[in-house]
Design a protein around this ligand. Sequence first.
Ligand code: GRF
Length: 203
Amino acid sequence: MKKLGILLSGRGSNFEAIARAVEAGEIPAEIAIVVANRPNARGLARALEMGLQAECIPSKGLEREVYDRQVIERFEAAGVDLVCLAGYMRLLSAHFIDRYRGRILNIHPSLLPAFTGLEAQKQAFDYGVKFAGCTVHFVDEKLDHGPIIQQAVVPVLDTDDAHTLAERILAEEHRIYPESVRRVVEGKVRLEGRRVISEEPPK
Ligand code: GRF
């Protein structure tokens, strides 16, 4: 059974979507540990309510690698095989990425490579694109950059505002993130350069 390590900073709805899929037996893995870098993260409270091993390792004021070494220590103790970033608002150090190379996943609320960084949904809305969406990707040293595992497209409606658009994107995040985690856990993806080839066509 593969062991997942979750890193989050806030609401944690993507973490919950993964946890539900694990609970339902849709992902053949267990959530070994949830780490939040902010003590008031809602996702941390939810993880504890679910009876998962979860803790806060406060990052405030700590240099990136110093902090990441603390996380790695906890992840190693929990036997983590695959790291899932779920609304984790901190850049990872090269040291962390090296330790879990090819085994770190992230979800970003835009169709990458467009609109990297913060408030991607608002960036897309303000730019006036007609299609927005979300991306699950492997994490490498560059922000929102690693090989793309899955994307979902969300049309932007004339009646949308940045908030309604973000809500519809989030619903797609909750669908594709657990699915991507499952594919990776089951070894159903392989890399050809930057291209992630999936043995299963998207549903
Ligand atoms: C999501 O929009 C995700 O794409 C981005 O941060 C947000 C986290 O939301 N990386 P939640 O904490 O999973 O609810």
